[in-house]
Design a protein around this ligand. Sequence first.
Ligand code: SF4
Length: 175
Amino acid sequence: MPLDPECRRCPLCSGRTQVVPPSGDLRSKVALVGEAPGAQEDQLGRPFVGRAGRTLDKLMAEAGLDREKVMITNTVKCRPPENRRPTGEEASSCRPHLAEDLKEKTFVIALGLSAAEGLLGRKLVMSEVANRTFDVELDGHELKVMVTYHPSACIYRPQAKDVLRDALRAAVAHL
Ligand code: SF4
């Protein structure tokens, strides 16, 4: 389902400044998927432009992954109040938009548990699945999903940073 800038499919529409669409190369075979827009993303209308985005940019540069050669998007396109995790109902409501984002992707990096659990449809323990790749079917389309840490989890954790950098490096081979 194409993203409608006036979308009101779930209650997150009431607190947003604007819908945050995917950015980067929308036709890339590779996508990075986060949880939800934060305050700066909500203001600027682009995913991963706040503090977590700056961490992601730095790690992408270190991994040799060009931000403009991948799509970057979120599980839900509107900012949840107080930056809380989106509910299952909100994620389900926005799923047709995520399916649209990913319909031509072959390799997806799920940044953080929220995005990973939404894509895999089950509860996960990050320490058990970090940088593992899973076959996922999304609306009849098959793709590979690598689960890794969200950049915000890396700000004070060098070990998570190394893991995320390795995942980003793995994406380079799929471009
Ligand atoms: S989060 Fe998604 S489904 Fe909910 S209002 Fe925003 S665009 Fe629509």
